[in-house]
Design a protein around this ligand. Sequence first.
Ligand code: SF4
Length: 195
Amino acid sequence: MDTHITPTICRICKENCGVLVRQAHEGDLRIMGNPDHPLSKGFICFRGQQFSDIRNHPERLSKPLLRQKGGWKPIPYEDAMDIMAEKFNRCRKMYGAQSVAFLKGEALKHQEIRGYMKHLAHAFGSPNYMSVGSLCHQSLAMGHGLTYGGIPKPDFQKIKSAVLWGTNVAVSSPRLFSRIRKAVKKGLKLVVVDP
Ligand code: SF4
C-alpha cells in the first residue's frame, strides 16, 4: 500500500485542529499537525497525536452487537436496523410516538448526525430529541444568547481580566489554553474557580 497523507480536521474536541493523517499501511496511522491550517497552524495536542491508539484499539466497537443469553453477538447493520425498527414501531403502536426519545451521542463530533437524528425523530412523530449538548451546551448557549445575543468570544489581546469557572481548558481546549497563557504572560489577570 502506498503512503497517503490526507489533510483533515481532528474531531476529538471543539478546537477542530487541522491535521495531516499519514497512512503507510492498514494499522499504521500517524497524525501530525497541519502547518497550512489557517487557525491551528500546525498545533496538535497529545490527544490528537495519539488518536490512532483509539482507532486501532482491539476493543474498539466497530460493528453492532446484539445482547443474547451468554453474551454479545456481532450482527450485520441490516439486522440491527430491522431489530430497532421493530422495537420502535412496537412502542409507537402500544404507547404513541411520543413515548420514544432520540438521544444523539457525540461520537467524535460528527455533527451531521444531528440533522439525521432530528429528521428521524420528526418522521417518526416524536418531538423528543436530545443530545449530549442538552446537558451543558444548550444552557450555555441559552444563557449567553439571553445575556449577549449570542456566544461571545473573548479577545485575549484586549481584555484585562478573565474568569475560568468550572472548566479545565488545559485539557478540554488546549489551543484556547495556550492563548490564555500568552495573555497571562502579558498581564491578563486570571481568576480560576475550580469546584
Ligand atoms: S486540541 Fe487536541 S483534541 Fe482538540 S482538536 Fe486539537 S488536536 Fe484534537
